[in-house]
Design a protein around this ligand. Sequence first.
Ligand code: BTN
Length: 334
Amino acid sequence: VFGKKVLMLKEDILKILKSDGGYISGEDICSRCHVSRTAVWKAVKRLKEEGYQIDAVRNRGYRLLPGTDVLNNAEIGAVLSGIPFLKEFRFFPTIDSTNKAAKLLAEEGSSGPALVVADEQTAGRGRRGRTWISPPGTGIWMSILLRPDLPAEKSSMITLVSALAVTEGIREVTGVACGIKWPNDIVADGRKICGILTEMSTDMDGISYIVTGIGINANTEEFPPEIAAVASSLKIETGKTVQRVKIIGAVMRKFAVYYEKFVRDGSFQGLKDLYEEYLVNQGREVAVLDPKGEYRGVAEGISDDGELLVRTEDGSVHTVLSGEVSVRGIYSYT
Ligand code: BTN
């Protein structure tokens, strides 16, 4: 009983602190929560231990600092509660990989859409078998489990849907003018701030499930030297701590809208123009690292199926399928 009381008090105090940007006196909190000063003090102490940065000043009271960025079950549950699209979510302080956890959910019979979020990944995975560095307290490591009724060849387009949702979600919350490097890297100022890894499992009827994993460098302050030139984070771009939970909410709201449209249409065609608005390769010279031979050309946009259209010098237009080849800018990473 006592534990539950503290929990409720903590939630109440958080609500009060969040609803007001300034200082609130201990007395005020006491009278609003009908508890003693000591009880308030204890609850605040617990909140601080959980990562909430609460400033306590004698004669003024308590204040939640704007630099607070806490990821936990309650925070994520609160932002997702307004998104009926999601049927389930799981939060892990630490896990090997959220993609792996989402696949397990699917194997256990979850019908999705479900979201798995972790504060830290110990074996985060990137594309082409690379590892994805996922330290605690800084990034958004999350995976969406989906079971669309679509032919398997459409699955790669889910990645484009994710890229669209992430770009708009980040723009909405942080104002960072990020764009998409085809097919699914999100870049800001020419450096990567997000990667997406989409994996699929098929059975005799087609797609059994799809997991689209999103890794956003949110409050990362520094990168290892080998990627420092090509990687960035929202904190580096804005100079401020971003609240990861807000970005998760915004990205998921966008994802729900675009994914539902994509599945309803059975095609990416209706989202193509929007995607191209954010496409940083658009009109730029790219090198296509085709295993059959590298070539260069100008990226002209994407096809209705999400392939990159590249016009080469002889005037012919090549369609580049995602996953098959990698595309680089001529002068830089983008
Ligand atoms: C890339 O190589 O660009 C793709 C990186 C994808 C990383 C995300 S983080 C959440 C999810 N879980 C993983 O293990 N990988 C993806």
